[in-house]
Design a protein around this ligand. Structure first.
Ligand code: CA
Length: 224
């Protein structure tokens, strides 16, 4: 587990680094925002401890830049007492947690641990049925080497069908899980979306994966 600590106060940076190292984290330290952005773009970190008050580019700006660059590394913000607005702004900008100064090292370590655990859970989330794969983190779908573009709703439908692979999915069940409907709106919504999805994942391929069970629903599986 590799952690980036961004803090201009050298003493604080140093004791945070030592405490994390003692817990067997690998630690990189940056003393300003631009160095932090450069480090984060070249090294994959499992978490970033980011002080808000930095000379030049502040922590909030670093965080916004990271998220703009689609970097989703979990961020723990450190804020000085009274920086309530910055804290709220930070959470809105995509921070995962914050810790007001002064803090106990044991609490910092517990929170970094929680964040790295979460980032570990986010990894290797690829669903697979035959040569169809779906990455639940990036929402990228692929059949063989062909990338498949999905709308948000098509993604939810495909994710549900893949998680239920090999099992019959009734229309009502699909409405509940994919549209959050607890009633049947009496439309052919599900059938329309299944048809669209089929166009994308099956039409150009010899082996069909999405099958209709007449009068009952749909099933995603390799063999007919
Ligand atoms: Ca500082």
């Amino acid at each position: 587990m590799r952690v980036l600590v961004v803090e201009d106060e050298k003493k604080t940076a140093s004791f945070v680094r030592k405490a994390l190292q003692a817990e067997s984290f690998a630690v990189d330290v940056c003393h300003n925002g631009d160095d932090a952005l450069a480090a984060a773009s070249t090294t994959p970190f499992d978490a970033i401890v980011l002080d808000i008050m930095l000379p030049g580019r502040d922590g909030i700006s670093v965080l916004k830049q990271l998220r703009e660059r689609k970097n989703s590394t979990p961020v723990l913000l450190l804020s000085a007492r009274g920086e309530v607005n910055e804290r709220v702004e930070g959470l809105n900008a995509g921070a995962d947690d914050y810790l007001p100064k002064p803090f106990e090292l044991s609490e910092l370590i517990a929170r970094v641990r929680a964040l790295t655990r979460r980032s570990g859970e986010n990894k290797s989330t690829t669903l697979r049925v035959a040569d169809l794969t779906l990455d639940t983190l990036t929402h990228k779908a692929q059949r063989g080497n062909t990338a498949i573009e999905l709308t948000a709703r098509e993604y939810r439908l495909l994710e549900f069908l893949m998680r239920s692979a090999g099992r019959l999915c009734g229309r009502m069940m699909i409405l509940e899980k994919v549209w959050d409907y607890s009633f049947d709106p009496g439309t052919n919504l599900v059938d329309v979306y299944v048809r669209r999805l089929r166009e994308k994942i099956d039409a150009d391929f010899a082996t069909k994966l999405l099958h209709t069970v007449r009068g009952e629903g749909y099933i995603l599986k390799e063999a007919a």
